[in-house]
Design a protein around this ligand. Structure first.
Ligand SMILES: Cc1cc2nc3c(=O)[nH]c(=O)nc-3n(C[C@H](O)[C@H](O)[C@H](O)COP(=O)(O)OP(=O)(O)OC[C@H]3O[C@@H](n4cnc5c(N)ncnc54)[C@H](O)[C@@H]3O)c2cc1C
Length: 512
């Protein structure tokens, strides 16, 4: 059932078994999975069914580190940022979960196998089932071309499967309207997570509409699913009982903000033997009515030997980035394009063509891009700014930082890809990334917000435990990529959905 919080009597009290803050992919998926006769779910969403400027403005904030557009990289409406996402889906790699002695603060409390039971449900949620991300025989058989056998031990073949992309707000709206055990409250901004005087549990949520109505939601359990930046902000704003913010007894809330630094045009790539590079390595290919393409990822043993971070490369015909009038009518997408364009200054001198280029010798010039893992860095963080929003709440201040280790790892991984292409007789690559220290101006984020309520069994190193429960607050859980302790190089949404279904299992197995 959908309810407009602006139409409830002022001061209404809503009771539920489970209250979920945020109706993005995580919140909607948990609500659908948890609702059952006898389990009433209240799903609280700040936005309405469509975007509205005054609601989106609640996401504006201050960027003090690498320039970051806080409002343009997320969407505050029913369905969350899935209203804009690109649909790239790939599980994190097993090495991303390991404690690596060269990556400070690395190590999830469990290995990737803990998420294996949930890939299918996560993939179904984004209309991607069956989940065949790593079944290389399947892709070889169904594309009709054998995949590359990288003999050099530097690179491995990984696959993206593309969601249509599923717009969670539109796709699941009808189901949620009909669901008797789910009450979706639209235009319901959670302004405070009100804890008991001991801070050992949440008592209720304070709700405010932009029209000035105030309500309360009482539940037995609460899931915070407001997105990778807003999850931290809401904990920091809830500072009446716990002065540093809820769950922040060890000053970890908001720290270790991670993105996937994206960079393009950092090398000249010439494919000298196209026959050796199947289509799926350079463009999206349709298999069983679904799109997929290859992500070039370093071999885990190679990463261990070289002590580097993970990375995901993609290769495309030059000029693949569509920038047309239709796209430009959407301000957030337009901003995304500007960020991508800023990251590809080296491509400016290249003609938008994928035809053989005589100056490059015999071969086809290709565009190249990458999405990098970054080191968890406590100084890269979300705090609160002095400015307030239309609800009177302190806005976000984001200080996104990268380190010299991030840059060195990128440079090394680029060289490794070049060596792998040459060793396989596919082509050659001439890196163009100067060692000039200004690379931070060339990277752009991927709108992937991770790490600000990181997971660790040690409350001094993390905000939530292995079950996504906030340390020290019994009935409060967090869903979304803010709990990722490290971010790997795969896009977050499929992974945060797998974690959300794992959280559902945990909640269903625990009497409230
Ligand atoms: C342009 C773009 C492209 C992207 N492409 C990809 C991609 O290809 N692949 C990929 O994996 N990911 C991609 N992403 C990231 C992806 O969209 C996010 O990972 C995903 O949406 C996160 O889901 P979520 O439910 O955790 O949070 P969100 O989608 O951010 O949803 C959070 C919800 O909480 C609501 N909310 C916030 N604050 C409050 C409050 N105080 N009270 C009540 N409600 C609140 C918001 O309105 C929103 O509906 C992209 C993002 C963008 C912007």
């Amino acid at each position: 059932m959908l309810i407009d919080a602006r139409e409830l009597d002022d001061g209404s009290r809503i009771d539920a078994d489970l209250a979920i803050i945020g109706a993005g992919p995580a919140g909607i998926s948990i609500a659908r999975a948890m609702a059952a006769p006898g389990t009433q779910v209240c799903l609280l969403e700040s936005g309405g069914l469509d975007s509205a400027a005054e609601i989106q403005a609640l996401y504006q904030g201050e960027s003090t580190g690498i320039d970051y557009p806080l409002a343009a990289t997320r969407l505050r409406r029913f369905g969350g940022s899935s209203g804009h996402w690109g649909g790239y889906c790939r599980p994190l790699d097993p090495i991303d979960f390991e404690a690596r002695d060269w990556v400070p603060l690395s190590g999830w409390p469990f290995g990737r196998e803990a998420l294996d039971p949930y890939w299918e449900a996560a993939s179904r949620a984004v209309e991607n089932a069956p989940a065949r991300y790593e079944d290389l025989d399947y892709w070889a058989a169904n594309t009709g071309e054998p995949l590359v056998h990288w003999r050099c031990g530097r690179i491995q073949t990984r696959l993206f499967q593309f969601s249509p992309p599923t717009r969670f707000g539109e796709h699941y709206r009808g189901e949620l309207e009909q669901a008797r055990d789910i009450h979706v409250l639209l235009h319901a901004n959670v302004t405070r997570i009100a804890a008991l005087p001991s801070a050992a549990a949440v008592d209720h949520l304070d709700i405010q509409t932009l029209t000035g109505r105030r309500h309360r939601v009482h539940a037995r359990r609460y899931v915070l699913a407001a997105g990778g930046i807003e999850n931290a902000r809401l904990l920091l704003l809830s500072d009446d009982i716990a002065p540093a913010g809820l769950g922040n007894q060890h000053d970890m809330v908001g720290r270790c903000f991670m993105e996937h630094p994206h960079l393009g045009g950092f090398a000249d790539v010439v494919i000298t033997d196209l026959q050796r590079l199947p289509r799926i390595y350079r463009e999206q290919v349709m298999v069983d009515g679904r799109a997929a393409r290859v992500s070039y990822v370093p071999d885990p043993d190679y990463l261990r030997r070289t002590r580097r971070l993970n990375i995901s490369f993609t290769m495309s015909p030059i000029g693949d980035l569509h920038d047309d009038a239709a796209t430009r009518t959407d301000p957030a997408l337009s901003r995304q394009l500007d960020m991508l364009a800023a990251a590809r200054p080296f491509l400016a001198d290249q003609a938008p063509t994928s035809r053989p280029d005589a100056s490059a010798g015999a071969g086809v010039r290709m565009g190249i891009g990458c999405s990098c893992e970054q080191v968890p860095n406590p100084d890269s963080r979300v705090t609160l700014s002095g400015d307030t929003d239309a609800l009177g709440l302190r806005r976000t201040r984001l200080d996104w930082r990268l380190t010299e280790q991030d840059r060195r790892s990128l440079v090394g991984n680029i060289e490794a890809l070049g060596a792998a292409l040459a060793a396989a007789g596919i082509g050659r690559m001439r890196p163009k990334l100067a060692d000039d220290g200004i690379w931070e101006q060339r990277v752009a984020g991927g709108s992937h917000h991770m790490g600000t309520t990181r997971m660790s069994d040690d409350p001094k190193r993390g905000v939530v435990d292995r079950n996504c429960r906030v340390h020290g607050t019994d009935n409060l859980y967090i869903a979304g990529s803010s709990v990722f302790p490290t971010g790997g190089s795969a896009n977050p949404t499929l992974n945060l959905l797998a974690l959300a279904y794992r959280l559902v299992d945990h909640l269903q197995g625990q009497p409230a």
